[in-house]
Design a protein around this ligand. Structure first.
Ligand SMILES: CC(C)(COP(=O)(O)OP(=O)(O)OC[C@H]1O[C@@H](n2cnc3c(N)ncnc32)[C@H](O)[C@@H]1OP(=O)(O)O)[C@@H](O)C(=O)NCCC(=O)NCCS
Length: 171
């Protein structure tokens, strides 16, 4: 179900990303040419297809994997949403990153405050809200929306616990 994007699949990746709008990303429209340029630059080297019955239904791009806190981009095409793929993808990438990269302590994800589907997926997969950034997310219409930051820590992944930050540590 999860398969690394291979070297010869740049065109397929460009088709996928440019094939529909991504309303919860800062750049809602992706240009094919930009994807092809970024493929050459190695930007998608840690990218995986989410496949359903042989069809490309989404992608997971891992980045900053050399850091203690890598991040990811997750996109499921509209017609495949709402069937558990997002949740399966976050569970899979969390196991993959912690399992294969022993130096990783945390995995972070930031999304727009109103991206309720992504927030639900993160919460269901053991990610905890750690940050709230006011007016931090410019959208294409000149509005500024809040963004929210989530993370899962290795300790919680290993133990099944949910550690929450102490937000009430001021006078
Ligand atoms: C966010 C995204 C990855 C989720 O993928 P998905 O395959 O639809 O996710 P799932 O089916 O596993 O779960 C979605 C959950 O959100 C819930 N949900 C969906 N829309 C919702 C809404 N508007 N309000 C509240 N909950 C919502 C679903 O009911 C489901 O929860 P449930 O299984 O408990 O009922 C997908 O919507 C997507 O690719 N969106 C566009 C790209 C994007 O926003 N990526 C994240 C960037 S940080």
């Amino acid at each position: 179900m999860f398969r690394r994007v291979e070297a010869g699949e740049g065109e397929a990746l460009a088709d996928f990303l440019a094939g529909e709008p991504w309303p919860f990303h800062v750049h809602t429209a992706v240009e094919r040419a930009d994807v092809l340029e970024r493929v050459k630059a190695g930007y998608y080297d840690e990218t995986y297809w989410i496949e359903v019955a042989g069809e490309r239904a989404g992608i997971v791009r891992l980045f900053d994997l050399q850091d203690e806190t890598p991040m990811f981009d997750l996109r499921v095409s509209e017609r495949h949403r709402g069937r558990g793929l997002g949740r399966a993808a976050v569970r899979w990438l969390t196991d993959e990153v912690f399992g294969e990269h022993p130096h990783v302590e945390r995995i972070e994800a930031t999304t727009r405050q109103d991206n309720l589907a992504m927030r639900r997926v993160l919460k269901q997969c053991g990610y905890v809200k750690e940050a709230h950034y006011r007016r931090a997310w410019p959208d294409g219409d000149g509005r500024r929306l809040d963004s929210v930051g989530y993370a899962v820590i290795r300790h919680d992944w290993q133990t099944g616990e949910t550690t929450v930050p102490d937000f009430h540590d001021e006078d």
